[in-house]
Design a protein around this ligand. Sequence first.
Ligand SMILES: Nc1nc2c(ncn2[C@@H]2O[C@H](COP(=O)(O)OP(=O)(O)OP(=O)(O)O)[C@@H](O)[C@H]2O)c(=O)[nH]1
Ligand SMILES: [Mg+2]
Length: 187
Amino acid sequence: MAKQDIWDTLGVEKPEIFINIFITGEHSTGKTSLVRAFVGQEFSADYHRTIGVNIFTKKLEMDGDDVSLACWDMAGDERWNENRWNELRQHYIEGPAGALIVGDLSRKHTVSIIPEFYAPDMKEQWGETIPILLIANKRDLPRKVSAEDLEECKNVVGAVGVMETSAKSGDNATDAFITLARIVLGR
Ligand SMILES: Nc1nc2c(ncn2[C@@H]2O[C@H](COP(=O)(O)OP(=O)(O)OP(=O)(O)O)[C@@H](O)[C@H]2O)c(=O)[nH]1
Ligand SMILES: [Mg+2]
């Protein structure tokens, strides 16, 4: 397949301000559910694991400007595919302006694996300076990860911040994307 960019793929004209955001993290942490909440789709309790990557776009108004966000929702299971980023690069040229790395507050290993794998992987592939916002999702469930653990994770990773969210209740779900967009745009 020839190289193309996302706007060709979507059949729309490239907007003036647009941002690519990558969403990664272990499988079943709620990445797709968060993006769905952000773009206004209903929460679903069913789990349909993402295969490869899904791209969702959403237009925001920010300080009087139209900003389009392209959210690249990665599959957690793709962690095992060493070639995953190369496969993505073959079809899409631009990398992310920022990343949400998502852990699940009810499953501790999904947070501890962020400094072990997801954050270094993101930096190695796409650059040390890409702002990473840590997301601790499923705050509606009994938590297995303390606020102190999250803060430590944030410091080790050098993340720009950490937010607790619930895609189920909608708590902070949209704010997570807007916060990262504001950081990326310096607004
Ligand atoms: N209670 C609760 N469940 C959630 C929340 N977010 C997602 N879930 C559930 O967790 C499961 C996995 O959600 P997904 O959004 O598919 O997770 P994912 O990270 O995209 O998973 P992969 O695509 O496999 O990487 C689904 O059953 C969701 O309904 C949340 O905030 N609270
Ligand atoms: Mg998914």
